[in-house]
Design a protein around this ligand. Structure first.
Ligand code: ADP
Length: 388
């Protein structure tokens, strides 16, 4: 790492969404300088940083990435959308990327992730690459219908994931996606008991710490609630932690790596997705753990000692705040949420649109029921819902 002349490290974040905003919040106490490459001056992180720390440019343009990286000691990310070839070009130009280009590919390309992890012996759903509609049909016939189709690149929050009921639907989907230039992966539809995530923070030398196993509750492909510790047996939790630790070592991730796992109805764990950055499933760590994912991501990226991941209370629940249907802004309803005991509100400063992730609320409590009830009440208060 080429520390800047005055010795104060400059951490660059490609992307200026809510993750970069919360990374910034975590760096303030460390006194280090955070800069963002932002597509506009009004992105979530850009509006809370000094103008001099906001480099307006496109993460899709190599020249913009190179110009941004030139002012940083270490570059990290708040999304995985940068072209893999651009990441390699940045490394070839001598810039320090954490995570690096090779490990980032595991989050960018679902086929690469599945192929590499399966070859290394990690449990993943049965999958096959879709070159033609026949491949998707064959996978449905072999593993059972409905079958899952996924965009290999660029999907998020369930966009890019399709449950395909039958052969006719498979043929229609492949016709539509191939016309749009979207490449697909076919995957068995797994019978899910629940979904959990284990996040690890890993330093360049391999030292890693993991937060407790987190249940992620999904609705329509979007994670809506988190519950910690996940209500699973201690044996399963231990298995999940060991699996995540081994996957993260295999991938060579640096910073926070979130490993999303399926728990099948017959009690097996399968790796679903990897995120090589702070992740929505770990937002509870801001209040619920001694060191948040954002703080440990920054520490790991700068190769500094990692903080404790122990919980601050027996139970934590987080509920995402999604834009209400009527388009109103949760920032106008703070009072109702803040009146609820044990609740912390995080709003990302984004304009309200129905279904858009605008923030989250976290409740720490002595038991799960209390934490979940309070967090749901707070989210409902912010979105003007009536829970009764
Ligand atoms: P995204 O990149 O959009 O987060 P995921 O691969 O995590 O996509 O899929 C989104 C959600 O769809 C998952 O959280 C899960 O609920 C469901 N899902 C994805 N793959 C499968 C599968 N093979 N079997 C059953 N459900 C699945």
């Amino acid at each position: 790492m080429s520390i800047s002349p005055d010795g104060v490290p400059v951490l660059g974040v490609v992307g200026a969404g809510q993750l970069a905003r919360m990374m910034h919040q975590a760096t303030i106490g460390l006194g280090i300088e955070l800069r963002v490459l932002s597509t506009s001056p009004v992105d979530s992180a850009a509006v809370v940083l000094a103008d001099s720390a906001v480099h307006v440019g496109s993460w899709d343009e190599l020249d913009d990435l190179l110009a941004f990286a030139a002012g940083c000691d270490v570059v990290t990310f708040d999304h995985e959308l940068v072209d893999p070839a651009h990441l390699i070009a940045l490394e070839d130009a001598g810039h320090v990327l954490r995570p690096g280009a090779a490990s980032e590919l595991f989050a960018q390309d679902k086929r690469h992730q599945r192929e590499q992890l399966a070859a290394a012996g990690f449990p993943v759903p049965r999958f096959r690459t879709v070159e033609t509609a026949d491949d998707l049909v064959a996978h449905g016939d072999e593993t059972g219908w409905p079958v899952v189709a996924k965009a290999i690149r660029g999907g998020y929050d369930g966009r890019g994931v399709w449950m395909v009921d039958d052969e006719a639907a498979a043929r229609a989907l492949v016709a539509e996606t191939s016309a749009d230039g979207v490449q697909l992966l076919a995957e068995e539809r797994v019978e899910l008991a629940r979904e959990v995530a284990v996040a690890v923070a890993r330093r360049p030398g391999g030292e890693q710490v993991a937060w407790p196993v987190t249940e992620t509750v999904q609705q329509d492909g979007i994670c809506v609630e988190l519950l910690v510790p996940a209500p699973v047996s201690e044996e399963l939790a231990e298995e999940a932690r060991q699996l995540a630790a081994a996957v993260v070592d295999h991938v060579g991730g640096v910073g926070v790596v979130a490993v999303e796992l399926f728990v099948t109805t017959d009690g097996r764990l399968l790796v679903n997705e990897l995120a090589l950055r702070p992740h929505n499933s770990m937002h509870w760590t801001i209040e619920g753990a001694r060191t948040s994912q954002f703080q440990n991501h920054v520490r790991a990226a700068l190769d500094l000692p990692l903080g404790s991941t122990a919980m601050t209370a027996p139970a934590v629940a987080t509920v995402n705040v999604l834009g209400p249907e009527d388009g109103t802004d949760p920032r106008t309803r703070l009072a109702g949420a803040l009146a609820i005991e044990g609740v912390a509100v995080h709003l990302y400063g984004k304009s309200s649109r129905p279904g858009r992730k605008l923030g989250h609320v976290t409740a720490v409590a002595d038991d799960h029921d209390t934490a979940v009830t309070r967090a749901r009440q707070a989210a409902a208060a912010l979105t003007g819902q009536d829970l009764s």
